[in-house]
Ligand binder design. Sequence first.
Ligand SMILES: [Zn+2]
Length: 112
Amino acid sequence: MGAKRQITEYLDIDLEKEMWCCNRCGRELISGRQNYKEGCLVYDRDPRDLYEPIPEAPFGFAPDPEWIRYLEFYCPGCGVLIEVEPLPPGHPISHDIELDLDILKRKYKEQR
Ligand SMILES: [Zn+2]
């Protein structure tokens, strides 16, 4: 087993390099001690582009774009969609995965 551990469907952590990596193409995204989203390409989506309008209806199911944007995070190497986060416009991105790299590295070294 190498130094990479799969964290989500599309994210690995490389415990030797301390880097977030794409699970699909292996590209290094950013330091494992930072928010992986900062190493991704971001597409700020208007909800009206994601929900089909209802023909001849005065309403639809798309959230109000003044209240919600969909931020899509993509691997800059292969373009795989890593994460989607709905947020109010201008809201900072969340830091949803913060690993204790020191403990993970210690476990990795004990397995070797
Ligand atoms: Zn990739």
